[in-house]
Design a protein around this ligand. Structure first.
Ligand SMILES: *Cc1c(COP(=O)(O)O)cnc(C)c1O
Length: 258
């Protein structure tokens, strides 16, 4: 029988090095795109945070990205996020964790345990559940972005601007619920461009909503918008946080957004 330890060491590290260089190339490419987009928009690259969305990829990849200098990681499912965050913490890797996916109220308790920022608060009830969980489960306030629905399709998440519809999912009410919770810190808004929409049209609406939100809540300066395919347009429209998965890590086998 072959002793598994007899696998030549070079072969093993060669494989790891290969993945690191794939990720490094992805990161270089995304950073170039960000720099070019900022320059074209007359903005400083310091104004834009790159959130590497590692969903479906192993903790080892998240760790490699942190080693390459990525500071912010994003996930969209609680179970996967919790496991990855604890693996990275055990490895001594410091990262700011962003929860970017649909969030159910029964997951709030878990999410407040590892997340630094939640991007996807889209109802008053969810804001209240998160505030309660944060009260019990953490010592510092949780940064929160309220998710805006651009097309009004509530199935895909997001609160509705304007004064029609269910009060629970009205943007102004959700903003007020977050801003009024001592354990949450309202930082701004988040949006996903709806499938089939022109990105510029979508992110122009986000920019308009962000301007209104900032007038009422001066502390809410962040705009989380832009992913692998549309980050340039998002930056042109004022995004401060781009959430990038595929362009850094490669195409996911299945890639549901949220
Ligand atoms: C998966 C995901 C992303 C990243 O999308 P890419 O197209 O892989 O860059 C961003 N935001 C949310 C909410 C996601 O679920």
């Amino acid at each position: 029988m072959r002793d598994p330890r007899s696998v030549p060491r070079q072969q093993v590290t060669g494989h790891l090095d290969n993945r690191v260089s794939v990720l490094a190339a992805g990161l270089t490419n995304v950073r170039r795109r960000l720099a070019a987009a900022c320059q074209a928009a007359g903005r400083s690259p310091d104004e834009v945070t790159l959130v590497a969305v590692t969903k479906t990829y192993p903790a080892a990849d998240a760790l490699r990205l942190v080693d390459l200098g990525v500071t912010d990681l994003g996930e969209n499912r609680d179970q996967e996020a919790a496991a990855k965050a604890s693996e990275l913490a055990a490895a001594g890797a410091a990262a700011t964790w962003h929860y970017v996916g649909r969030l159910q109220r029964n997951k709030c308790r878990s999410v407040v345990g590892y997340a630094d920022v939640v991007h996807s608060v889209d109802s008053v009830r969810l804001a209240e559940a998160l505030a309660g969980a944060a009260q019990r489960g953490r010592s510092v306030p949780l940064d929160v972005l309220v998710q805006l629905s651009i097309d009004g399709d509530l199935q895909r998440g997001g609160a509705l601007p304007g004064d029609g519809g269910e009060p629970d999912v009205r943007l102004d009410r959700v903003l007020a619920a977050v801003a009024g919770a001592a354990t949450l810190r309202l930082r701004g808004i988040m949006a996903v461009a709806p499938l089939g929409w022109d990105a510029r049209e979508a992110f122009t609406r986000v920019a308009e909503a962000a301007a209104r939100v900032r007038r009422e809540y001066p502390q809410a300066q962040w705009v989380s918008a832009g992913m692998s395919n549309d980050l340039e347009v998002a930056i042109e429209c004022g995004s401060t946080h781009v959430r990038v998965g595929n362009a850094l890590l490669g195409k996911r086998a299945a890639s549901p957004v949220a």
